[in-house]
Ligand binder design. Structure first.
Ligand code: 13P
Ligand code: SF4
Length: 364
């Protein structure tokens, strides 16, 4: 499903102060009670995350959405693919709302269903073995549905190793969409040789820019997608952090490149990063390679640890940042008025096919 641009908010929002916005959001929340649950991804700004009934990484938020069968409305403060996933996992009676329709994910946009189907048919023309498709949840519902139809599974950064191990039990090769880095980092950790057993598939080139022989030899075919936020982290930043802060522990998200992940002390999902830092000894110094809203929040909430972002130039996820308190207020007010807006609805048969890929992931 393509990302739709958000219409401007009604003019009067420009005159509402931050304090008044908070007061009005609180009032709406009180009036709506259990009819609404607000989910917030860890990369949301503080002015939004403070309203979240639940915070989490992609996996936790998917599970929470699926487990909540009571709330009429799930207001998803995150990005488009997360709201789509929540819609697929919730009941028909529930509606998922994305407060700002422009909150997409540039990585998810790097794999369109047309490109993926074209790549798949080219691939099938040169291999005669079973290829298992695996998609990171940071993908459109159409890609998830494609993967579900072709007996593959979704994964998140929390369970990629489990899903990729499962895929290797199902077939000789796997094709991983759309984040080459999560696919590469996870496969290398599972013992796949990045030079001899992996190829990167560039959708702009015939056979993804690979020779038939290289594809036949590969165990893992990585879609050439990436996250522009995590692409900013480098081994030079890690070297600088180690030189400036002796004893620093470096932790990064697996959307970073393989050399960055290898140079770090640990890598994992946003939830993993939070757990690792929260459970460390007071006084520990952490250099963190992930989105700045999360890093700054950890630094504020854990003042007895020294926590800093590896990238000296602030690197927010600009699409996550589009969920401004005005949009949250507008969404809640519209629900109260009986005219909910920005409902994310994945149509059939896409929803059922995508659900197969998600269910496979959740059952592993
Ligand atoms: P997590 O599942 O680790 O929260 O990651 C989501 C994401 O978009 C990271 O860029
Ligand atoms: Fe997408 Fe990267 Fe933003 Fe995550 S941080 S939502 S992968 S653009």
């Amino acid at each position: 499903m393509a990302i739709t641009l958000q219409d401007p908010l009604p003019d009067h929002f420009a005159d509402i102060s931050p304090e008044e916005t908070d007061r009005l959001i609180a009032k709406c929340r009180e009036e709506l009670g259990d009819r609404v649950v607000i989910l917030g991804h860890h990369y949301q700004r503080d002015e939004i995350i403070k309203w979240a009934d639940h915070r989490g990484d992609s996996l936790k938020l998917s599970q929470l959405a699926g487990a909540n069968t009571k709330a009429e409305y799930i207001v998803f403060c995150g990005v488009h693919f997360m709201a789509e996933t929540a819609d697929i996992l919730t009941t028909k009676e529930q509606s998922v709302i994305l407060p700002n329709l422009s909150a997409g994910c540039s990585m998810a946009d790097m794999a369109s269903i047309r490109q993926v189907e074209h790549a798949w048919s080219q691939l099938q023309s040169v291999v005669d073995c079973n290829v298992v498709p695996v998609t990171y949840v940071n993908s459109t519902a159409a890609i998830k549905a494609f993967v579900g139809r072709n007996n593959g599974a979704c994964c998140t950064s929390s369970n990629a190793a489990r899903v990729i191990s499962w895929a290797f039990e199902q077939g000789e090769k796997l094709m991983f969409f759309p984040d080459q880095h999560l696919g590469r980092n996870t496969s290398v950790a599972l013992g796949v040789d990045p030079d001899r057993e992996m190829v990167t598939w560039d959708p702009a080139l015939p056979l993804g820019g690979n020779s038939t022989e290289a594809i036949r030899q590969a165990k893992v075919i990585l879609w050439k997608g990436h996250c522009s936020v995590h692409a900013r982290f480098t081994t030079e930043q890690i070297a600088e952090a180690r030189a400036t802060h002796p004893g620093v522990k470096v932790i990064v998200h697996p959307e970073c490149s393989l050399d960055v992940v290898k140079a770090a002390d640990a890598s994992g999902s946003t939830e993993f990063i939070i757990q690792a830092i929260s459970s460390s000894e007071p006084g520990t110094t952490w250099g963190v390679g992930t989105e700045i809203n999360l890093v700054n929040r950890l630094a504020r909430e854990l003042p007895d640890r020294k926590i800093f972002c590896l990238d000296p130039v602030v690197c927010p996820c600009s699409t996550m940042y589009r969920i401004h308190p005005y949009y949250l207020l507008w969404s809640l007010q519209n629900i109260l008025m009986g005219a909910p807006t920005n409902i994310i609805m994945v149509q059939e048969p896409t929803a059922s096919d995508a659900r197969r890929a998600l269910d496979r992931m959740l059952s592993l």
